[in-house]
Design a protein around this ligand. Structure first.
Ligand SMILES: [Zn+2]
Length: 218
């Protein structure tokens, strides 16, 4: 741990996953010099509810395809994977920019959850399609251990850009629409407990779901 001062969360998994994707051997990754190790490390601490950065409205990204933006996405990606999250927003790792990342693979732990394609979304804009909402359980890496029953629009169109500035324009429904709404709320300083209709529908995951069936946090 001593050589990874900037990384308090699962440093080894982060280094190894980055190393495997970058095509370097795990031995090289784990024996790299201090500065090389720092460059490989991309798992960042996730801010928790109560931190003032989570309550701010984040400003838009003004330049696409920059080294800073690409590095930010690598950090978001490694942090989300290390924590088994469904998504992560830049403010959650202390970066006040309108950037979110999400992906949900088919997972036997969450058999009722539909897969969502890997997406990096910069400067997103959401347009609900209709007024219809539905409630479902959500969790959040910034609100660890809890789950809440959150109303969201069932269908929406979202637009934005990828890291290189290429446009993204999708119409989605159900769980995919829910994940996007949760992540984009982070860019406006909103955490899911603020969306609950009834605070009695907020609780600890291990008490609400003793059999472990819930949704991945994002
Ligand atoms: Zn969240």
């Amino acid at each position: 741990m001593g050589v990874f001062p900037d990384c308090t969360v699962f440093p080894d998994e982060g280094a190894l996953s980055y190393a495997s994707r970058a095509g370097v051997s795990t031995r090289d990754a784990t024996t790299a010099s201090f500065y090389e190790a720092k460059a490989l490390m991309a798992v960042r601490p996730v801010l928790k509810m109560g931190h003032p950065l989570l309550a701010r409205v984040a400003p838009p990204v003004e330049r696409f395809g920059t080294r800073e933006l690409r590095d930010l996405v690598v950090d978001l990606d490694d942090t989300m994977r290390a924590l088994n999250g469904a998504g992560l927003a830049a403010p959650q790792i202390g970066v006040p920019l309108r950037v979110v990342l999400f992906e949900v693979d088919a997972n036997p732990r969450y058999p009722h959850v539909e897969p969502v394609p890997y997406t990096v979304l910069v400067n997103p804009e959401l347009t609900p399609l209709g007024d219809e909402t539905e409630e479902a359980w959500e969790g959040c890496l910034s609100v660890p251990g809890l789950r809440g029953l959150v109303p969201r629009y069932k269908s929406l169109r979202y637009r934005g850009h990828d890291v290189e500035g290429r446009p993204i324009d999708r119409t989605v429904h159900g769980f995919h629409a829910r994940v996007v709404q949760h992540e984009v709320d982070h860019l406006d300083g909103i955490l899911y407990p603020m969306r609950l209709r009834d605070l009695r529908n907020l609780g600890y995951e291990d008490t609400l779901f003793p059999d472990g069936l819930a949704v991945p946090p994002d």
